[in-house]
Design a protein around this ligand. Structure first.
Ligand code: FPP
Length: 249
């Protein structure tokens, strides 16, 4: 099958796609392999989906790579994931540069192993002037953590007298979230059949279209991404308005 064939209307592309990459462990288990085999194969999907988004013209792609809860997984799995991140980041910097993609990260990076943090910061620095697409990795990220941090930052500004009570609004909250400067995702994809948001971008997904697929992350490829975007484009996004109001606008 020619995976480059799609019926996507490029004028109505989601500007920002966020993905919960789920199902690596089950994918590996169904092949009688250890869980980390799934993560290793998941990297190919990361590469393919990143490339497809950039080719289409999606401007922001956020991938949930490691949640604050993932530290509770077996030590071997956590260590392998951290190493995989280092190896992948190092290996892919040139490709990111060639494709004019800049890397960014959201989450509490201070708690990452030093090697992972270093590779990440080097990747961010080496790609910072690229402008075709932003690839945002959510690492040691959870939305509840992010919102608590946001409240702390706002409380400090209020206590310091640099912020009035009436200025605490959506704009102010967005400016104090990890995703400052990044438009909210319009499409959120979760693979593997689970239908949950799992502490991912809770504030930012307020109006996102949610797309759930049974496909396990290591099997998620360009064709699967095209299908998700085509599905997104069939939906009517009302933002609280009526269908009639939208048609008459
Ligand atoms: C969820 O599957 C996947 C993860 C927690 C990690 C995702 C990481 C990668 C794909 C590799 C590295 C990423 C980058 C950006 C280089 P799961 O383990 O929860 O699967 P399960 O639900 O079947 O157990």
């Amino acid at each position: 099958m020619d995976t480059d064939q799609h019926n996507i209307d490029l004028k109505k592309l989601p500007k920002h796609i966020a993905i919960i990459m789920d199902g690596n462990g089950r994918w590996a288990k169904s092949r009688n392999q250890v869980r980390v085999f799934g993560h290793k194969n998941g990297v190919n999907s990361v590469r393919e989906v990143t490339e497809a988004c950039a080719e289409l013209g999606v401007q922001y792609l956020t991938l949930y790579a490691f949640s604050t809860e993932n530290w509770d997984r077996p030590k071997f799995e956590v260590n392998t994931l951290m190493k995989l991140l280092v190896d992948t980041l190092k290996k892919e910097i040139n490709t990111l540069n060639k494709n004019d993609i800049s890397l960014q990260a959201i989450g509490d990076l201070s708690k990452l192993p030093e090697k992972t943090r270093k590779a990440l910061l080097e990747g961010i620095e080496a790609t910072k002037t690229n402008s075709r697409m932003k690839l945002i990795l959510a690492l040691n990220y959870s939305s509840k953590w992010e919102i608590a941090e946001c409240i702390k930052k706002i409380a400090i500004q209020y206590a310091d007298g640099v912020l009035d009570l009436q200025d605490i609004n959506d704009k102010c909250i967005c400016e104090n979230l990890e995703t400052k400067g990044i438009p909210d995702p319009e499409l959120m994809i979760r693979t593997s059949g689970e239908q949950r948001i799992s502490n991912f971008l809770l504030y930012q997904l307020a109006y996102a279209e949610l797309y759930f697929t049974e496909t396990m992350w290591p099997d998620f490829n360009k064709a699967a991404l095209y299908k998700a975007i085509e599905n997104f484009q069939e939906r009517e996004r009302r933002f609280g308005k009526t269908s009639e109001q939208l048609k008459n606008a």
